[in-house]
Design a protein around this ligand. Structure first.
Ligand code: TXA
Ligand code: MG
Length: 365
């Protein structure tokens, strides 16, 4: 199929593009659109046939349910049964925004969306194009991230086209996504709400809003392969995710420890024979420590993601930089680990899944 591309329009909305895109969606097609987190691949969330096309376009396993995107809290009653005071409080506090709520579903929601579960995941995205598209289409949009299944989520329209050109009906370009990591998923069907996927709405922020404890799925916890960690409760999280073609190796330590480790590796001919070209995804602090003692060492493909003190900036760039490593033909990525607090929890969750193993803990010897 030919994929229609609607370029970004400076400021304001491109109404002609919106009308065309929502027309395609109403006729049962699939269109990628920007949200504040990552690009989504949307289809009419109340049409089983349209929803099946999403799975086909992405190569997504059929047992991995989708998030329904709403234009406003008033649409919640359509799709969620039993909207409690606790749910309303979270909606008031965090919507529109990167918080997905798992709630008991109504009969209107097709089982294709929920992969047969009796719960549904819903959110209201904080992006004018996304909201206008949902309103104009007049139905909640089912939308997973608009990437090829398993690959890092797309944070630009170019990422979407790289993965799905020719497999979807259209791509609405809204520029780079502001947050760059997928929404926090919170399961509200249990007495103590549980985070199934960490994101920009942090556990700390949720606990403060609720004035009560929030649990975190022990099957996530960053280090999925750790023994006894269990199976994650968001069905999709059991699959490989967020992983570039390159092998990702996570390094945990101070900037000086990381610099020392990388320097040693880049001098090791045996290591380089098996692993070069090497990509380095570093904080500004670590890059500085490395440059100080670099000498005439060739460090490979070095990218600075941001400062250790500003983790949201790192989240915004992470997927783009992982994808760039592949475009550059990098075979091994050394990526810096972060403290798993606040947004750091989301970063570490994605990075450990991209890497498939726990970080290498560096200690001064
Ligand atoms: O930020 C986001 O959430 C982006 C944008 C496009 O909104 N969407 C996104 O969708 O990341 P996706 O499909 O890539 O991830 C959705 C996750 C999957 O891990 C899925 O298993 C889980 O949500 N999920 C969906 N419905 C669920 C349910 N009823 N119960 C538990 N987990 C659910
Ligand atoms: Mg996804």
């Amino acid at each position: 199929m030919k994929t229609k591309y609607w370029p970004e329009k400076g400021s304001g909305l491109n109404y002609e593009a919106l009308r065309e895109a929502s027309g395609i969606l109403r006729r049962g097609g699939v269109v990628a659109f920007p949200t504040e987190t990552v690009y989504g691949l949307g289809a009419d969330g109340l049409s089983p046939r349209a929803v099946r096309m999403i799975y086909e376009a992405k190569g997504r396993p059929a047992d991995n349910p989708l998030i329904l995107h709403l234009a406003g809290p008033e649409q919640l009653e359509w799709v969620a049964a039993d909207v409690s005071a606790r749910t309303r409080l979270l909606v008031r506090t965090f919507w529109p925004g990167p918080l997905t709520l798992v709630l008991p579903k109504t009969d209107r929601v097709p089982s294709e969306v929920t992969a047969g579960l009796d719960t549904v995941a819903v959110r209201m995205p904080d992006h004018p194009l996304a909201l206008a598209l949902i309103s104009e289409t007049g139905t909640p949009l089912a939308a997973p991230s608009a990437n090829r299944s398993g690959y890092p989520s797309p944070t630009t329209a170019a990422h979407v086209l790289h993965d799905l050109d020719g497999r979807v009906h259209g791509v609405l370009d809204g520029g780079p996504c502001r947050i760059g990591l997928e929404s926090t998923i919170l399961d509200l069907t249990r007495e103590v709400p549980m985070i199934l996927r960490p994101g920009a709405v942090t556990r700390e922020a949720l606990e403060q809003a609720l004035g009560a404890a929030v649990a975190q799925d022990p099957g996530l916890d960053g280090y999925l392969r750790r023994e006894g960690a269990g199976t994650p409760r968001a069905p999709g999280l059991k699959y490989q995710h967020y992983a570039p073609e390159a092998k990702v190796c996570l390094l945990s330590g101070t900037s000086e420890e990381l610099a020392g480790y990388v320097r040693e590796r880049m001098r090791d001919a045996d290591f380089l024979r098996e692993n070069a070209p090497v990509g380095l995804l570093l904080t500004a602090e670590t890059e500085q420590a490395l440059r100080k003692t670099q000498g005439d060492l060739n460090l490979g493909y070095v990218r600075v993601l941001g400062s250790r003190g500003r983790l949201p900036e790192i989240g915004e760039r992470l997927y783009d930089e992982l994808r760039r490593c592949d475009l550059e033909g990098v075979r091994t990525v050394f990526a810096e680990a972060y403290p798993a607090r606040g947004v750091g929890a989301a970063l570490m969750n994605r990075l450990t899944k991209a890497s498939g193993q726990a970080p290498v803990e560096l200690k001064k010897s």
